[in-house]
Design a protein around this ligand. Sequence first.
Ligand SMILES: *[C@@H]1O[C@H](CO)[C@@H](O)[C@H](O)[C@H]1NC(C)=O
Ligand SMILES: *[C@@H]1O[C@H](CO)[C@@H](O)[C@H](O)[C@H]1NC(C)=O
Length: 237
Amino acid sequence: MFRQLQLHIHLCLLNLAPAPASVPRLRLFSLKRPGGKGAHLSPSSSATADGVPRPWFGLHSWRESPLNENRTWGADGPQHSPPDPSSSNATYGSGDPALDAVSSLAEFGALVLSTPDPMAKARVSHVAFARWLRRKVPVGEFRPPDRPARPSKPPLVSMRDVPAPKNSGLPLNAYMLHNLAHVELNAIDLAWDTVVRFSPLREALGEQFFSDFAHVADEESRHFSWCAQRLAELGCR
Ligand SMILES: *[C@@H]1O[C@H](CO)[C@@H](O)[C@H](O)[C@H]1NC(C)=O
Ligand SMILES: *[C@@H]1O[C@H](CO)[C@@H](O)[C@H](O)[C@H]1NC(C)=O
């Protein structure tokens, strides 16, 4: 499901991005036209003729890829920029001592889930995966909260109460990006919920399972940051 969600998101990003000279590395996998030779849109695994699942061909290089610091969207696509000093005093900003006290990946996940502020969720996700890659924390074990925390605004409403674009008071691009930001935000929480919820089974599942989901969470936090940045540039928040 994650992969399908990601596929959707990546397609959306490719469609929304102003056509850059060179397409930035948004795709985790190459897309083939349905029905084309060897076509498969499920990147995490696909079944061979004998029904045996075959891992996604890009899995190895994805797992080996270094920490991705391109968390802002520049003129030519994703780019690395140093942390914004004005966010250093924000909740879980760079160097927040509260983050030094976190001692496991599962505890980081629970912290993300119980943090209401979306930007803080994104920051903690990145710190957590960075620390995991540097082998500074074990998987550990933690209990997930019943529901991921959300800010008080905007209010959570049922699907049918979400205003249509023409009644939203937003230009269509901001409306679409806002939707996408919600998808990314939920993807961050879903990935961390998986890490935390299954942490009691870490012996049986093995470290790679947790590493992969923390990696997904970090990627989603990067996508979310891009959406939030662009929404801010469009004058929304
Ligand atoms: C990050 O962006 C730079 C361009 O600013 C690019 O050269 C580099 O390959 C990107 N890194 C990743 C991991 O995508
Ligand atoms: C962060 O907070 C400290 C102490 O409250 C203050 O001295 C410092 O100027 C603040 N830094 C920023 C970038 O706001």
